[in-house]
Design a protein around this ligand. Structure first.
Ligand code: FES
Length: 358
């Protein structure tokens, strides 16, 4: 089970007008449980105006750097991101959960892969981690990054990216795509859309020869690039993506678990086990999700996005059946093994048992 630890902020650096990076001092006795793979994220929690606010942010540091650093871009009305950009400082303490997430890249020195990534805005954070790790740990692999922003000034980590590019000129290609500033070539002006994706595929990579694709940014960009790559013959299994949230999901991607007319109003006896303690309660088939219901009964459960995106609320269904509204993160083998996203799960049998400890 993932618990929250009180962790001291080592440094807060203003990266752009509206983005800070935040690094942490992880105590020695916690460092092994804070091991991570590039692409994974930290879940942070603090109290803002008397309210507990919890968010997850991808690590932009790479494992070989032996550092834990995230980037937090201020979003309109974003409670945590505004706090991080305007109030948070070195020496403060935040509650931090150990790194998690299925959006990740396992490097091996003998790999000779070509990775291609499409990122926009703060979607660069997990990519930066992956790029640094691949450059360091896979000397025969290449990485191509297409990175969308408004203009040069809003490019997060520009200096760091340029530094890595200059160091690994033969293996790292970086293409900035700017929507409000014209660069030398017209193909890099505008937003990353279907036409651009097709143009880049012709000019910079052979779609079916790329080992893996990594997409991170707003859902519109992610689904457009994913669908275009599939249309270009790329196997869906080679396309990995990380959504910021499901708020801006295009119509057709958002779903709500269906319920048969006969199941309406039926109740399920639910048992949720966490840290060896069990919580028993009843939940309607067409009621809320398992996570919210269990939190309401006092269970101290891990969660972050509550949108089927981050995987923090993953638990094993050990009895009964559930349906999930959406799943953007569990892998087929995890589903096969009985894991569910409790923030998306609704019971479909008269009793269910959910275990967070396995
Ligand atoms: S809390 Fe993020 S997937 Fe459930």
């Amino acid at each position: 089970m993932s618990t929250m630890h009180n962790i001291r902020v080592r440094e807060v650096i203003k990266e752009t007008e509206d983005c800070v990076s935040v690094s942490f001092d992880i105590p020695n006795d916690l460092q092994s449980s804070f091991d991570y793979l590039p692409g994974q994220y930290l879940t942070l929690e603090t109290e803002i105006n008397g309210e507990k606010v919890r968010r997850s942010y991808s690590l932009c540091s790479a494992p070989h750097e032996h550092e834990w650093k995230v980037a937090i871009k201020k979003v309109p009305q974003g409670k945590f991101s505004t706090y991080a950009n305007e109030v948070l400082k070195a020496g403060d303490e935040l509650k931090v959960m150990a790194p998690m997430g299925n959006f990740k890249l396992q490097c091996h020195a003998e790999n000779e892969n070509h990775y291609v990534s499409f990122a926009a805005g703060s979607g660069i954070t997990p990519m930066l981690s992956m790029i640094k790790e691949v450059m360091e740990s896979e000397p025969k692999s290449e990485f191509t990054l297409f990175y969308g922003n408004k203009n040069t000034d809003s490019v997060i980590f520009r200096e760091e990216i340029e530094g890595i590019k200059n160091r690994y000129l033969n293996r790292l290609s970086v293409h900035y795509v700017l929507s409000k500033e014209r660069l030398m070539s017209e193909i890099f002006y505008g937003r990353i859309d279907e036409e651009k994706c097709r143009t880049y595929a012709k000019a910079f990579f052979n779609p079916t020869e790329v080992h893996s694709y990594f997409l991170c940014g707003p859902s519109q960009m992610i689904f457009t690039v994913r669908d275009t790559l599939k249309d270009l013959g790329v196997d869906e299994h080679n396309i990995n993506f990380e959504l910021f949230s499901t708020d801006d999901m295009p119509t057709g991607e958002k779903t709500v678990a269906e319920i048969a007319e006969v199941d309406r109003g039926k109740m399920s006896a639910v048992k949720v086990t966490v840290d060896g303690i069990s919580f028993d309660f009843d939940l309607a088939y067409d009621g809320g999700n398992v996570l919210d219901a269990a939190l309401g009964y006092g269970a101290d459960l891990p969660f972050a996005c509550k949108g089927g995106v981050c995987c923090t609320c993953k638990a094993k269904l050990t009895k009964g059946e559930v349906v999930m509204d959406v799943n953007y993160t569990l892998e087929p083998d995890e589903i096969e093994a009985g894991y569910i996203l409790t923030c998306q799960a609704h019971p479909r049998t008269e009793s269910i048992e959910v275990d967070f400890d396995v």
